[in-house]
Structure formats: C-alpha cells, structure tokens
Design a protein around this ligand. Structure first.
Ligand SMILES: [Ca+2]
Ligand SMILES: [Ca+2]
Ligand SMILES: [Ca+2]
Ligand SMILES: [Ca+2]
Length: 141
C-alpha cells in the first residue's frame, strides 16, 4: 500500500515536471523555431519558409522582419533608397530579399511598405543581442 502511494506520488511529480517542461518551449508564430532563437518573433520564418532565419546583415533581426538596411534602428526613406537600388538592380543588397526567394521583387516591397508604415522598427527578435547598433559582433542564435 505504501509502495503504491509512493509510485503514485512520483508519477504525479513526473507529470508536473513534464508539463512545466512542455510549457517552457514557446513558439508564438508556430514556425518551428523556439522564441528564444527566433530572429522574427511575430513572423513565420522557420524551416518551412524560404526566409528560414536568414539574416543577411547578422544584426539579430531576420530578413523577414528587417527593413532597416542601414541599421539606424528605423525604417525610413534612406532604407527605401537602398530598396529601390536593389529593386532596379543598380546596387544589389542581400537584405532586401525579405521572403528569401533569391530576388528583390514587389513581394518584398509589400514587406518593406508594411515596416515603413507600421512600427518602422525591425523585429521584434527573440535574440537578446539583436539591435545593438553599430553591431560589433554578429548576433546569431
Ligand atoms: Ca519567426
Ligand atoms: Ca537583419
Ligand atoms: Ca534605417
Ligand atoms: Ca524576394
């Protein structure tokens, strides 16, 4: 009887521990990249997306949510110039390919416009090193 009780208590404790562990892995945008490693928290840019965590300028914000090409912290007309140069092919820039399809197209412009008219800031990113500008070291997971 006592042994059964001990077994029951251990099972219960195990269940609690298991639940706590399962709850600690949060993936808000369900892109299969845990939030603590996800360089675009609110946007799916995981292994099932072409933009899979690609971060051309290694500032901790994935290309999918980073229209701040000159790293001044905001998406402005200065960044639009960079986009335009890449879009026309005059000056290619790896950062302007937001969806990761290998080219800078109107699809990427939709993303830029969204950032430009929205929060106008890159991210948010789950990486604690993201956004330190100027960025002395690459910010990678
Ligand atoms: Ca993401
Ligand atoms: Ca970036
Ligand atoms: Ca900028
Ligand atoms: Ca693209």
């Amino acid at each position: 009887m006592k042994l059964k009780l001990i077994m029951l208590v251990s099972l219960f404790a195990f269940g609690l521990a298991f639940n706590a562990n399962a709850g600690s892995v949060v993936d808000a945008d369900t892109d299969l990249v845990p939030d603590g490693f996800d360089n675009c928290l609110g946007l799916a840019n995981g292994p099932n997306d072409d933009s899979n965590q690609v971060d051309a300028d290694q500032d901790g914000y994935g290309n999918a949510c980073d229209s701040d090409y000159n790293d001044d912290g905001f998406t402005t007309t200065l960044d639009f110039n960079t986009f335009l140069q890449a879009f026309t092919g005059a000056v290619p820039d790896a950062q302007t390919d937001h969806n990761g399809d290998g080219a800078t197209t109107t699809l990427d412009f939709t993303r830029f416009l969204n950032d430009f008219t929205g929060a106008a800031q890159p991210g948010p990113s789950g990486l604690s090193c993201a956004g330190h500008s100027p960025n002395p070291a690459p910010c990678l997971p």
